[in-house]
Write a protein that binds this ligand. Structure first.
Ligand SMILES: Nc1ncnc2c1ncn2[C@@H]1O[C@H](COP(=O)(O)OP(=O)(O)OP(=O)(O)O)[C@@H](O)[C@H]1O
Length: 404
């Protein structure tokens, strides 16, 4: 994939303020998930404002799709169709008297017809879990709800690049996970997603590229494993390593796990420990008593079909990925066990012989199958992923083999 956004040696000083960017150069690949981390005042929000031309560097350049940004009103309007920026503080972004009008602001300004505006607003509100809030005044909403309104306002314009300044700040843990799931969904759909965050755990497991900033400069960039393994850099940036890496380095130091590439997730970590305990990776056919991951399409399955599945005792855990799936579960009063990191959590359950159901939709169905077959190939285990409802797809309940 090519470079979608590029900053070349940008410097920026606020009027009567500090030099917030001191020669920053970065490249963002199209379709990537990038986390910008760094302490307070590092320059993250300032850098974000360069991305959609809200501020202009004193020197250096900003390129979108290989072309330097022009700072005319027309060119900036075009740019902001492609690069949507969600501010850290939603109060800056929310301007209209009702949620509907606020989210409609962008599409109306793009000149969309009334029907198209309506579709864009409803789909964006449903994506952030705010369907039904259309008539509410945004200023009477909670901080987290306002944040979702601000995100919906950007989603409604369907930009290629979405830039989120601290997307999970002021959200409770469940809402944070839902927003991260939404970002994953957008990324699976091909968008480029850039976030800033102080949450190293989130950045480590979510991002495929991390940029570490401090005092208006880029200190490091690379994979999350590379950037977060450098303790002295993290100390310089007043950040702590993610707990999973901390634990991994301790276990390597005591020769409890092998010091190969650090694990990204609980699933990878437990596999590594298991390999160490057994002295080898599990061989195909050895892994008895594995559970099945059932996958269903929220757009075509009915609540009754799923209830039958539950009544027959096929499913021990239920997860939903993506906004349409969560809406479906909500509508059908299906209680969800997993709403984020769903695939890994279901694989972990399979490994202890329990069955899970993943409710999802669209391109995510293919994504789930791919991830599970990749895991099967990498781990040497025959993990079953079955789309339901499908004739003969369900195996009898209580089928787990006896173990010696
Ligand atoms: N509007 C402004 N006027 C003057 N100085 C500003 C302004 N906005 C930010 N700054 C200064 O620019 C520097 C970089 O700030 P910025 O908000 O980009 O950092 P940040 O990494 O986003 O921080 P945080 O994590 O706290 O949000 C800081 O020294 C800050 O005080």
């Amino acid at each position: 994939m090519g470079t979608i956004l590029e900053i070349q040696d940008a410097r920026y000083r606020y009027p009567h303020g500090p030099e917030a960017l001191k020669g920053v150069s970065i490249r963002i690949r199209q379709g990537s998930k990038v986390a910008l981390v760094g302490p307070n005042g590092a320059g993250k929000s300032t850098l974000f404002q360069l991305f959609n031309g809200m501020i202009r560097p004193d020197s250096g350049s900003v390129l979108f799709a290989g072309t330097p940004i022009e700072y005319t009103a027309k060119a900036l309007r075009e740019l902001r169709r492609s690069v949507g920026l969600v501010f850290q503080n939603p109060d800056i972004q929310i301007i209209a008297p009702t949620v509907y009008q606020d989210v409609a602001f962008g599409p109306v300004n793009l000149g969309l017809a009334r029907d198209a505006v309506d579709r864009a607003v409803r789909s964006a509100l449903s994506a952030v879990g705010l369907a039904g809030y259309e008539r509410r005044p945004p200023h009477h909403l909670s901080g987290g709800e306002k944040k979702r309104v601000a995100i919906a306002g950007i989603l409604a314009m369907e930009p290629d690049v979405l830039v989120f300044d601290e997307p999970t700040s002021s959200l409770d843990p469940a809402s944070s996970e839902e927003i991260m799931d939404l970002l994953d969904e957008l990324s699976t759909g091909g968008r480029t997603i850039i976030i800033s965050t102080h949450d190293v755990e989130l950045a480590y497991r979510w991002a495929d590229h991390v940029i570490l900033m401090e005092q208006g400069m880029v200190l490091a960039r690379g994979s999350p494993e590379e950037v977060f393994s450098d303790h002295s850099l993290l100390r310089a940036a007043r950040l702590k390593p993610p707990w999973i890496l901390d634990l991994y380095h301790e276990l390597v130091a005591r020769s409890i796990v092998e010091g190969r590439a650090p694990p990204k997730s609980v699933l990878e970590f437990t596999d590594r420990i298991e390999q160490h305990v057994h002295g080898h990776a599990p061989r195909r056919g050895e892994a008895e008593a594995m559970g099945t991951v059932y996958i269903c399409n929220a757009d075509t399955v009915s609540g009754d079909e799923l209830r039958l599945l539950f009544e027959e005792g096929h499913v021990d855990h239920i997860g939903a990925m993506g906004s349409r799936a969560k809406e479906f579960a909500n509508r059908e009063l299906i209680l969800l066990d997993f709403t984020y990191g769903v695939i890994d959590k279901c694989i972990l359950k399979s490994l202890i012989g329990e069955n899970s159901l993943i409710i999802t939709s669209g391109g995510m169905i293919e994504h789930v199958h791919r991830r599970i077959s990749e895991y099967s190939a990498e781990s040497g285990r025959d993990l079953a992923a079955v789309t339901v409802p499908e004739a003969g797809a369900l195996r009898p309940a209580g089928r787990i083999a006896d173990c010696d």
